[in-house]
Write a protein that binds this ligand. Structure first.
Ligand SMILES: Nc1ncnc2c1ncn2[C@@H]1O[C@H](COP(=O)(O)OP(=O)(O)OP(=O)(O)O)[C@@H](O)[C@H]1O
Ligand SMILES: [Mg+2]
Length: 367
């Protein structure tokens, strides 16, 4: 079995520890605090929060994913479903369904698996008062932690300010509930929590998630390769960590390819690492080509130039010249569009291609 995981939250043995972040997050949660967790995509925010909560048996946890939130109804339904999912005992779930009657929940049994599944009626929950009802229910529990993941996507709602103001009010009046807000779009998260005009101004502690400790992560990876009879050197792991910008999600993705390029009882060789790149590009090519078809010619040029600059750059005059686009504002506009598409991440004045494999693939392509 491949000992690497990607695209899922990792906890327990699969979680390479982050002692400092875990300790401070746990302390904040146990003291019924409010904290916002920021970090680039796939850096491990959701895993960190899940691992922090895991041993806190006395706390009930409600995990709400707000990625690509559409409207108020979508928000209340996601919170409602997360509340129901926080309970495993069926009689209690049924009681909760009664408490959530304004969302008209119904339970059905899957004819194939026999597992119960709950749905909420479309057209319900599109009033702000529904948020009050949901939080009143959570507030009755003894000790709870509510995690609102990809929280910045609330900003995409038409009436985001009103919704944020209501949420802020509800968050403020919950003495038994800890709140963790996670987000991968840093500037939007900072806007929510640090702008004076935002309802959430200064309302939560900040926790930044960066790369894993290199030494601990190397050990974690080495142990996994060894579990399948593969030997990999620290220098080779350093090369991989650098190529993946030390992003654990990307590193694990690369390690899956390297695992497939090797077999038990061997030492990893340079050729195997090249082969792992080929496997990765082979798997990703269709998706990457599809991405390019959706970009304007100027956006494509800017993305390619960024890739050739090593994946990270500011918009300097040299950069503008390298794009071959005459006007700097056009380059800026194309870059902003790439950021909006989440293909590129902005950090103050530098821009970075979110997926280092896309960046490496673009560098391989003929100009
Ligand atoms: N502590 C860790 N130990 C080992 N691998 C990790 C760790 N944290 C993250 N990963 C790797 O990164 C992947 C993404 O983790 P996670 O979903 O927690 O990140 P995220 O920052 O929440 O991502 P997103 O921005 O997509 O929500 C995991 O599937 C795993 O491969
Ligand atoms: Mg996440």
């Amino acid at each position: 079995m491949i000992p690497f995981k990607t695209g899922v939250q990792v906890v327990g043995n699969d979680f390479c520890t982050r002692p400092a972040e875990l300790a401070s997050l746990r302390e904040l949660i146990e003291s019924v605090g409010r904290v916002y967790v920021v970090g680039e995509r796939r850096i491990g925010k959701s895993s960190l929060v899940a691992e922090a909560i895991r041993p806190l048996h006395k706390m009930k946890s409600v995990f709400v994913d707000l990625m690509a939130l559409k409207d108020l109804e979508d928000l209340t339904h996601r919170i409602g479903m997360a509340i129901l999912a926080s309970e495993t005992q069926q009689n209690r779930v049924i009681r909760m369904m009664r408490n959530l009657s304004s969302l008209r929940p119904s339970m059905s049994i899957d004819s194939l698996t026999g597992a119960p599944s709950i749905t909420l009626s479309p057209g319900t929950g599109n009033r702000l008062e529904t948020l009050d009802e949901l939080f009143a229910l959570v507030g009755q529990w003894k000790r709870t932690v509510v995690v609102l993941d990809e929280f910045q996507d609330v900003l995409a709602l038409d009436d985001s300010r009103r919704v944020l103001a209501r949420l802020r009010n509800l968050v403020q009046t919950q003495p038994n509930v800890a709140f963790v807000f996670c987000g991968s779009i840093r500037n939007q998260m900072e806007d929510i929590f640090t702008h004076q005009e935002s309802p959430f101004f200064n309302s939560a502690m900040r926790l930044q998630v960066g790369p894993l400790d290199r030494h601990l992560f190397r050990q974690y990876l080495q142990t996994r390769f060894e579990s399948g009879g593969r030997k990999i050197t620290e220098a080779q792991l350093d090369t991989i960590l650098d190529a993946c910008h030390e992003n654990p999600g990307h590193v694990q993705r690369f390690c899956i390819s390297l695992w497939q390029a090797t077999s038990a009882g061997q030492r990893v060789k340079e050729n195997d690492i090249m082969e792992a790149w080929r496997i990765l590009f082979g798997m990703q090519r269709d998706a990457y080509e599809l991405v390019l078809t959706t970009l304007s010619p100027q956006q494509t040029r800017v993305l390619r130039t960024l890739a050739h600059a090593g994946g990270t750059s500011g918009i300097s005059s040299d950069f503008v010249a390298a794009t071959g686009i005459t006007l700097a504002p056009s380059v800026r506009k194309a870059m902003v569009a790439l950021v909006a598409r989440r293909l590129v991440q902005k950090d103050q004045t530098t821009f970075c291609i979110s997926d280092p494999f896309l960046s490496a693939w673009l560098r391989q392509q003929p100009a």
